[in-house]
Ligand binder design. Structure first.
Ligand SMILES: [Mg+2]
Length: 217
């Protein structure tokens, strides 16, 4: 397979729309992951948020810029999802968009910057740190891997980043929740991955699959 150096703005728009479809299709999986540890509303909240993302992104001209595409997605989530997940996942995309505001293409440096700022923004907002059994347990190692992958083709950087997110999601199974959806379960939270970490891994894996064979001009 040949590697993709970077994605242009129309490709980033296409990628975000495919991510939206993947999250919407994963609603039963994400709901079940939340039901195991929380109130089971995560899948529906994410589906609602990403339906709003599609509505706002479809009419957006990609020439407005890569940062604008991510920020628009973030704002759509913040205004539609409600709850902690809306604020947190919305912040992730909005902070990521700010970090890419001057970017003309989406490359591995941009990915690192985006995930680094997004992680800082989400940690500041949600007060979670690695090990609390939240989405940070997938996002934090993914961001570290993305920063380390700067300079690689975007397809390779995203593949490594998605793998780090999946390893983080799997590692969250063994953690005891101290914050977030399962904090009242204590020891009983062991054995299941955090639903937000499942969402992060899904989003990054879908981005990686897109970058491996990008569509759109
Ligand atoms: Mg929930």
């Amino acid at each position: 397979m040949s590697s993709t150096t970077s994605l242009n703005a129309p490709q980033v728009k296409a990628m975000l729309l495919i991510v939206a479809d993947a999250v919407i299709a994963a609603e039963p999986y994400l709901s079940e992951a939340d039901r195991n540890l929380g109130d089971g509303d995560h899948g529906l909240g994410m589906a609602r948020g990403f339906n709003a993302v599609k509505e706002k992104l479809e009419p957006l001209d990609p020439s407005e810029g890569i940062g604008k595409l991510f920020s628009t997605a973030g704002m759509a989530m913040i205004s539609s999802m409600g709850g902690a997940s809306g604020a947190i996942f919305g912040t992730l995309f909005r902070e990521g968009g700010k970090a890419l505001s001057a970017a003309e293409s989406f490359d591995s440096e941009g990915l690192g910057k985006m995930l680094h700022s997004a992680t800082e923004g989400v940690m500041a907002r949600g007060k979670a740190k690695p090990g609390d059994k939240t989405m940070i347990d997938a996002l934090h190692p993914a961001a570290a891997k993305a920063v380390e992958s700067a300079g690689l083709p975007i397809s390779e950087a995203l593949a490594a980043t998605a793998e780090a997110a999946e390893a983080g999601r799997d590692a969250s199974k063994a953690m005891i929740a101290t914050l977030g959806r399962a904090k009242t379960l204590g020891q009983a939270s062991i054995g299941h991955p955090d639903a937000g970490a499942c969402s992060i891994a899904l989003i990054l894996r879908t981005m990686s699959d897109f970058a491996a064979a990008p569509t759109a001009a």
